[in-house]
Design a protein around this ligand. Sequence first.
Ligand code: MLT
Ligand code: MN
Ligand code: ZN
Length: 304
Amino acid sequence: MHIRILGSGAGGGFPQWNCNCKNCSGVRSGDVKCVARTQSSITVSADGENWVLINASPDIRAQFESFPPLQPARKVRDTGVRAIIITDAQIDHTTGLLILREHDKPWDIYCTKEVNEDMTTGYPIFNILGHFRGVNWHEVMPNETSFTIPQAPGLRFTSVALKSEAPPFSPHRHNTVDGDNIGLLIEDLNTGKSVFYAPGLGVIDTTVFEYMDKADAVLVDGTVWTNDEMSHEGISNKLASEMGHLSQNDEGGIKETLSKLETTRKILIHINNTNPILDEDSDERRQLNEAEIEVSYDGMDLHL
Ligand code: MLT
Ligand code: MN
Ligand code: ZN
């Protein structure tokens, strides 16, 4: 399979439009050694022709343009994306659906009933799309249920309920239920290789750890280095844990957990603009390099 990282940034992207934190100013001025990142989205294909989009970010238009297989130009209106999976209803993972409204038929969208509820009530994008070509909703069960997508042969997806956070417009905010956030084991049925994708991960429980351990690669929550990072520059008084993200460097954090994986390739995704690991010359980035943890970037390809 081929996975293309379309957007490796968290909500807001990097630089964020209104942000003048050290990283955001540094990427604009060129004073910090780092690259800009668009918001969280990946795409996967087993045959290089039929692509599944996983999460649709507000930057989706530029992301499609950045990756030619998504525009194979076989007819006057065309796309390489055959179906869409949404792992949670957050703005950074769903707003791109509005940008994709000109599709010539209803979009086949795979998500849980909790995400479908948010998409039809608190942030009713599916209702809005109903005024265009509409949505063919396919229910994803949150608890370790596998499914295939007929239009994207050769791939199998298995959902894993994650402890993270529902969006502010969800009735489950601060009271999440299974189905608000899922991780995905993505398997190539021909090569037998697999990737575990979880851009928003608040807790790594035994089940999640086992999925990470058995996958050939993980693409997991790289939002923040420390739990209180957003308060450092007076940006917000919110802890990352309150937003459903496990930090990298705190005790029991992502770095410590990933270090226990012996055979899995370890890659961070959904990196917030405040995270010091964005600076390639930082001590934090050096610590990740030493732990053999990679930091994904827009345009990164995984072939498994
Ligand atoms: C998150 O991952 O916590 C959200 O995407 C934050 C946001 O974009 O508002
Ligand atoms: Mn997010
Ligand atoms: Zn910033």
